[in-house]
Write a protein that binds this ligand. Sequence first.
Ligand code: ADP
Ligand code: MG
Length: 259
Amino acid sequence: MKKPIVVKIGGSTLGNHDTTMEDLVALQKEGKTLVVVHGGANIVSEWLSRLQISTRFENGLRVTDRQSLDVVAAVLCGLVNKELVIGIQSLGGRAIGLSGVDGGFIEARIKDAALGYVGEVVKVNPEPIEAVVKGGYIPIIAPLGLAAKGEKLNVNGDPAAGDIAASLEAERLIFLTDVPGILDSSGKLLPSLSADEASSLIGSGVVSGGMIPKVEACLRALSTVPITQIVDGREPHALIKALSGKGDGTTIVLTGRMG
Ligand code: ADP
Ligand code: MG
C-alpha cells in the first residue's frame, strides 16, 4: 500500500460546510492514498441533551455511562460518519465508513474506570484499513474501539488518528481544527516546532484543553511519520494547502529533520 495521508477532522469544523470534502475528493482523484478519522464530540453533546441524558463529570471530565456510550456510538457511526461518506460520494469520491470495532482494527481498553466507557488505544491492526484503501476507497473512521471483552469503547479521535498514522507508517498526519494552529502564550501562531519544543509547550501549559491530545498524537506518530501538522480547517482548501506547503498552521517534525 502507498503510504497514506492521515487526516483528522475535528468536531469543530464538521458540518461547517468547509472545503475538506472537496479537497479529499480532489486528492483522491490525483491518486493520493487517504485515511480520515473524525471526531464529533459537540454533535454527541447536542444529542445527549436532546435525549435529555444528563452527564456526570468526574474532576471536570465527562463520564461515559452505558446510555451515553450508546448515543456516542449511534451519533458518531450513524450520523457523523455517514454524513461524511455521503458528502464525499456526492462530490464524486469513493468512501467507506467504518469504526474501530469493524474488523476489530482499534483494540482499546478502559482508560480510567471512574470515567466509564472511555477507551485508550492498545493496538491498531492495519489490515481492515488497508483492505478498504486497496479497494480504492477512502476509509472514514469513527473513533470507537473494541475492548478485549468484546465491548465497544468511546475513544478520543486525536490519539486514534495518531496511532493509526503510526501503524500505517503514514506519509503525513494532518489535524484540521478550529484555530490557526498551535498558538504561543501571546496568541501568535507557531509555524514550526520540533518534538521537544511541542512537548515543552504542554509542560508549560501554553498548549491546553483540546490541543493537548493533538500534540501528544503528533509526538507519538513521529516515531514512524515524518511530518505532522495542525492546521485551520475553517480556511478554504486548508487540506490541499497543507500538503502543498503553501498553507499556514503548525508543523511538528523530529529535531534534525527541520529546515
Ligand atoms: P477539535 O474539534 O478540532 O478536536 P478542540 O476544541 O478539541 O477541537 O481543540 C482545539 C482547541 O484547543 C482550540 O479551539 C483551543 O481552544 C484549544 N487550545 C488550547 N491550547 C492551545 C494553543 N496553544 N494553541 C491553539 N489552540 C489551543
Ligand atoms: Mg477535540
